[in-house]
Design a protein around this ligand. Structure first.
Ligand code: HEC
Length: 744
């Protein structure tokens, strides 16, 4: 196998050299053949990295499946991933074997012809880390090179596994301080001789950094911090000294300040540069974070580092002084585009902030930045200064403001795809805004916990009307007033084909379906993949895989998978047959609620890989789940005083509602208003003593006291009664320990 692999590689290498030569000549630019790297192989029929190859474009050169036969796509095999947590990764196929990463950092090696398990790797994670996974215990991908699989576990260990057996060849702890809110959800990426990894936690109290380890033995090669530790250092990398001048000397350094690198990266083997984006600033409000303002480098920035040294080649900050949770972490695509009659090696980026950025990836020059959704935080990106013109509407420090995009962003981790023949980028885009406002309570830093210190909410449809629904929002002016003169705040999702040269929408399909206006409108459209045969594939939370014509968006097929999909599909070819595969399973940040109409609601959320080929039959569906029609009568009476409930709601907002959205529609993460008598009895054991830890509900013992948990419990029981009484308006003889809510 190994020999054959090398032979194939050699053939491929020659082919690549030839293609590069043609490209170089046709582009009329100087340069040698591509320097090969593990991540740069273009093995025919394989899918070698999350995004297919080193360009991370979610594009396949395969074309056996095309517009004329795609309607015949059907079941090949499926594989049970043994989890109900969110699935966000795209598998890799090398040499007839599919490698898939699952929540916690599990790896499944599967025969790509049959779906038979070859081996499974369990990283043995202490599941209490789940309390630090801001947006669900998920994993966004592994990578394969030199006979090894590289993957990160949620607790931040990086593993090198033998591709044949799954045996650990080396492992290393990549987290510098476990008392802080660090976890790892992102994929790992390869350079010529190292594996590069970031981490998550900018909604808690992490200070962002990336690390590079040698492929061979896992030795730390370099580490790059994205924000300074303090105004006076230590400056672990020289760039931080300059960065420190963009922060107030009295910034809240103890909060970590964010900038975590938790998703997209890409490596250009010719330039030998590794690219990544940095996350939001923490805490969100700048007046508290860095009182005199400043750009707060390097939050919300694209960064290019020299892969050998970890020294910076260039950076471009997309959102100076971020106050809106606008991570710049969305997946990065490397492409060649002809712009103003010059072929440029570009980096394409569609981050949460709503602008589509095209940069020259050799030197970081901004070539264009145009909005691909409604944007109100900035008027435009100025062509002279390359800086966004930030608006007054974006400043919520003294009054509540509706700002577009909201914290869910215009586009996030769901991979977009670029088709180099058609020259369009396919973006799973969201149109939505958030109302931001400041909490009344003074900020208190809590180590390892949520420290955003801003209140925010997207307006959603309720009883046919758009409104804010949280308890805290009741103190705000009506939405109609906040939305006056602003774009329509109805949440919508689109699959948007974007022309990155002309900067316009070439075609689009609305993906909100029945959920326009509801939170699920944001979660319905998954990651995208495109092929040389002119197809675009996208999965939905409805459990369908949609296929469109890449040049005009015409719908070609809808294949019922029966499991909600968020991840991007991939494709590979073996023995003359082309396969399409996708990891199907709902969850993570936005897939926390699975309302009626989602496959997760109808068929449950058992995660699986579903693989399709031409001539296969219908995909076997999971058994249907039965749903109690009514909101259940809470099994216990209200607990405690109005003050206790209020404190509980505040603690819930800070620690729990990033997963427990409590939208009431049968979520993937339980609605705590629907707890059974048994769960009520075990409430403190679950929250403080890890009783459901293996299912993704971590212990909060480091963060919360017994009293805190009682308060949250009282708030949940109160919320359950409120919902029950709303659904059953007939008079009840329910004892009210809590006074009526006067704010209504
Ligand atoms: C990182 C995501 C996450 C966070 C944050 C989180 N939970 Fe959970 N929680 C889960 C998941 C996933 C489950 C489902 C476990 C299962 O299937 O039994 C769960 C289950 C529960 C349950 C059992 C519910 C039932 O009906 O079975 C309780 C109680 C609970 N969580 C309380 C809390 C409280 C209180 C907080 C805040 C202090 C919190 N959780 C924060 C993910 C989270």
């Amino acid at each position: 196998m190994i020999t054959r692999y090398f032979q194939q590689s050699l053939v491929v290498l020659m082919r690549v050299v030839l293609i590069c030569a043609i490209l170089v000549i046709s582009a009329g630019i100087a340069g040698g053949a591509a320097e090969r790297s593990p991540s740069a192989e273009v093995e025919s029929g394989a899918w070698l990295t999350s995004g297919g190859d080193w360009r991370q474009s979610y594009y396949s050169p395969l074309s056996l499946i095309n517009a004329s036969n795609v309607s015949g796509l059907g079941y090949a095999w499926s594989y049970d991933l043994e989890t109900t947590l969110g699935l966000e990764a795209t598998p890799v196929v090398v040499d007839g074997v599919m490698y898939a990463s699952a929540p916690w950092g599990f790896v499944h090696a599967v025969d790509a012809r049959t779906g038979k398990r070859l081996w499974r790797f369990d990283p043995q994670v202490d599941a209490s880390i789940a309390s630090k996974a801001c947006c669900g215990v998920v994993n966004r991908g592994l990578t394969v090179a030199e006979g090894r699989v590289f993957v990160a576990s949620t607790d931040g260990r990086l593993f090198s596994l033998d591709t044949k057996t799954g045996k650990v060849l080396w492992q290393t702890d990549t987290i510098i301080d476990h008392s802080r809110g660090y976890s790892v959800t992102g994929g790992v990426f390869l350079t010529k001789d190292s594996v590069v990894i970031g981490n998550s936690g900018a909604d808690l109290d992490a200070r962002g950094y990336v690390s590079a380890y040698t492929i061979r033995d896992g030795r730390l090669q370099w580490r790059f911090f994205t924000v300074p530790a303090s105004a006076r250092g230590p400056f672990e990398n020289p760039e931080l000294k300059a960065a420190a001048r963009t922060w107030d000397a009295n910034s809240r350094w103890e909060v970590g300040l964010g900038g975590t690198v938790w998703d997209g990266m890409a490596y250009d083997p010719q330039l030998n540069l590794i690219y990544f984006g940095t996350g939001n600033a923490q805490m969100l409000n700048q007046e508290l974070r860095s009182p005199s303002g400043g750009d707060n480098l390097f939050v919300c920035s694209l960064i290019a580092l020299h892969a050998d040294t970890g020294r910076m080649a260039w950076y471009y900050q997309e959102v100076p002084g971020d106050q809106w949770d606008y991570d710049a972490v969305a997946p990065i695509i490397l492409a060649d585009l002809t712009i103003r009659r010059r072929v440029r090696k570009v980096l394409l980026h569609a981050p949460k902030d709503g602008f589509f950025y095209v940069l020259d990836r050799a030197n970081g020059e901004l070539l264009s930045a145009e909005p691909y959704v409604p944007v109100t935080w900035a008027n435009r990106v100025d062509k002279v200064t390359d800086r966004p013109m930030i608006t007054e509407q974006a400043d919520y420090s003294h009054q509540p403001r509706l700002v577009f995009p909201g914290t869910a962003g215009a586009h996030l981790w769901q991979p977009m795809a670029f088709n180099p023949t058609i020259k369009l980028v396919y973006i799973p885009a969201i149109e939505a805004g958030d109302v931001f406002w400041m909490p009344k309570q003074p900020f208190v830093y809590e180590q390892g916990a949520g420290n955003r210190n801003v209140l925010n909410e997207w307006p959603t449809l309720s009883e046919g009307k758009l409104s804010l629904q949280s308890q805290e929002s009741k103190e705000l002016p009506p939405l109609s007033e906040l939305a006056r003169g602003q774009p329509d705040p109805t949440i919508r999702g689109f699959l948007r084909a974007w022309d990155p040269v002309e900067n316009r929408v070439a075609w689009q399909v609305e993906t909100s379906d029945r959920w326009a206006g509801e939170t699920n409108a944001m979660a319905n459209g998954g990651g995208v993949m495109t092929t040389a045969s002119g197809l675009v594939f996208q999965g939905r939370s409805t459990g369908y895989l949609h296929v469109y014509r890449a040049d005009d968006g015409q719908s070609l097929a809808q294949i019922k998978i029966g499991t909600s999909i968020m991840a991007a599909p991939m494709t590979y070819e073996l023995d003359g047959a082309q396969y399409i595969a996708v990891m199907a399973g709902f969850g993570g940040a936005l897939g926390g609620a699975a309302p009626e109409g989602t496959a997760a609601y109808r068929y449950g959320n058992a995660g699986r890989i579903v693989t399709l080929r031409l001539g296969g039959g219908p995909v076997p569906l999971p058994p249907e789940v039965s749903h109690a029609a009514d909101f259940p009568r809470p099994p216990l009476e209200r607990l405690g005083t109005a003050e206790l409930v209020e404190r509980g709601n505040e603690l819930f907002r800070r620690n729990c509602n990033r997963c427990h959205l409590n939208t009431g529609a049968g979520g993937v993460v339980p609605d705590l208003r629907r707890m059974s008598a048994q769960t009520h009895a075990e409430f403190a054991d679950i929250v403080l003593r890890g009783k459901r830890v293996s299912k993704g509900m971590g212990s909060f013992a480091q963060i919360l006291s017994e009293d805190d948990v009682n308060a949250i419990h009282a708030a949940m029981v109160d919320a359950a009664w409120q919902e029950y009484e709303r659904e059953h308006p007939a008079p009840h003889s329910v004892p009210h320990a809590v006074e009526p809510d006067r704010s209504r």
